[in-house]
Every structure is written in C-alpha cells, then in structure tokens.
Design a protein around this ligand. Sequence first.
Ligand SMILES: [Mg+2]
Length: 133
Amino acid sequence: MANVHRVLLAEDNKINQVVAAGALKKLGYVVDIVDGGGDAVAACLHTRFDAVLMDVMMPDMDGYEATSKIRENEAALGTSPVPVIGLSARAMAGDREIALAAGMDDYLTKPLRINELEQTLGRWIQQPADATS
Ligand SMILES: [Mg+2]
C-alpha cells in the first residue's frame, strides 16, 4: 500500500460527500472527509495530503478563505503547496478565475463526473499504482 494517495474532501453537503467519496474510492484514493473550511485548514496542518477537493460554499469558512489560509500556513512553514481543486455547484463565468485567485489550482463543477474527477486529479497527482487492490 506504499503508493496509496490520500485526498482530503472538504464538503458540507452529506449527499455530495457520499458521491465524491465514492468516486474517489473507486479511483483508488484514500479519502479523509471534513465538512467545513476551518476543519480543512486544520487537517492540512497535521496531514500531508496529495490533493484537496474543496467545496467553495461552506457555512463556517468558505473554500476560498480556507484555501487562502492553507497557502498562508504553507508559506509560514515552508512546506510545498498541496494541490487544491475547487468544487462548485455553479458554472458561472469568472468562477474559475476567482478560484485561482484564492490560491486554488483547479476547479470542477458539481455534480461531479468520475471521468472529469479522474482527469483533474491526474493533472496534479500521480495516479495510484493499483486502484483495484
Ligand atoms: Mg457547500
């Protein structure tokens, strides 16, 4: 299990959590789930994730603010930036630019499609060596 990749899913909606976590597990990733931005920031301080899927709309701290704080902590600690992929239910012009300006690396619209999720994660992290074990 040396090649397992760990993804943090930050999503406040329980149904979206189940859908995204199921897709991630199917793609061979180990998934940690938090349901708020503050918890995502804390999780990134104590665990080195291969990527973060970050819902942009969460009640306690939104995904943009959480990503900014993750980037601040990385800069302060001198750790390499974790790839952050924003998740939004909206597909508005300009959303991708807002996500990138907040320090996100990429952006996906919900509902998630597993092939898009696979392609997007594949741009940022090495794929699991064996997704079937
Ligand atoms: Mg949300």
